[in-house]
Design a protein around this ligand. Structure first.
Ligand SMILES: [Zn+2]
Length: 285
């Protein structure tokens, strides 16, 4: 059985630009914002549908979808009822990013992983909504030397699984290529070229790009399993780490930087959230 993992974010979806950024703002956080439901959800759904339709056409049996935009909110961004019947979602409380649970629900050896609706990391030029998981307070997060954000978290969680394609903002491909140099990169908007097409225009581009990526499966490579994980988390100006008297893992806190070690990626990604308890905001002058 061929199982494909599809990880969807939303800032990198087709049709969502600086001019209509409210389309990304989940209704459970911004109840007065109608654009997420009326326009944003159809945008990311179009991109995910193009991925799933092409994958099904290419013989993928089952698709497991991780809808990680505004994890913690209950309702999905993707309109699940519009997807083919071979798509199911991970069983997570309020779509929380519980990486061990996510990895554990997938096949031992999924056929591949695809990231869609993806934005660039904090600091990338010519990017739509660049950020690293949540910026501020996170300036950057390094795991074994790679600056990772949502794309890196997902692909590293599924290490050793062939990375088939990244779909999103042109500036998002840099992170994807650092994780796996043979990943197919499909662009749905490009700030540098001021190219802002509609979801209707990008649907066939994504569909064809996915067919081509899966036809090239033998050349796809995975981010490799890591024996040890060395992590460092850096905060934006105005925040600092308040070190506790003792903490139960191997690490250090110094002003705006925390470092730690973990024996596997899932633990490393989980500790990322535990460190948030020690992030403090500088008092205003
Ligand atoms: Zn997002």
């Amino acid at each position: 059985m061929k199982q494909l993992i599809v990880v969807a974010d939303m800032e990198g979806a087709s049709g969502i630009f600086d001019s209509n950024k409210e389309a990304c703002w989940h209704e459970e956080m911004f109840p007065e914002n109608p654009l997420w439901r009326s326009y944003g959800r159809p945008c990311i759904t179009s991109d995910v549908l193009a991925v799933c339709s092409a994958a099904t056409e290419m013989g993928i049996d089952e698709i497991l979808l991780l809808d990680m935009h505004y994890a913690g909110c209950r309702e999905y961004n993707v309109e699940l009822e519009k997807l083919p019947p071979n798509v199911r979602v991970f069983d997570l409380p309020n779509r929380s990013a519980l990486w061990s649970r996510i990895r554990g629900q997938a096949a031992i050896e999924p056929y591949g992983i695809v990231t869609v609706g993806q934005h660039a990391r904090n600091g990338e030029a010519d990017a739509y909504f660049p950020h690293t998981i949540h910026t501020p307070p996170i300036e950057s997060f390094y795991l074994n030397g790679l600056h990772i954000a949502e794309i890196g978290e997902s692909v590293m969680c599924f290490c050793d699984v062939p990375y088939i394609a990244n779909i999103g903002c042109a500036a998002s491909h840099k992170e994807a290529l650092e994780l796996s140099p043979n990943v197919t990169c499909i662009t749905v908007k490009d700030k540098r070229k001021n190219w802002e097409p509609s979801p209707e225009e990008t649907y066939p581009i994504i569909y064809q790009g996915m067919l081509d990526a899966l036809k090239d499966y033998k050349n796809k490579t995975a981010y490799p399993y890591q024996e040890h994980c060395h992590c460092s988390l850096h905060l934006t100006e105005g925040y600092f780490f308040e070190a506790p008297d003792s903490f139960p893992w191997k690490g250090t806190f110094q002003d705006r930087t925390a470092t730690y070690e973990a024996h596997d990626i899932e633990t490393a990604l989980s500790l990322f959230w535990q460190l948030h308890a020690y992030i403090k905001k500088c008092a205003r002058e």
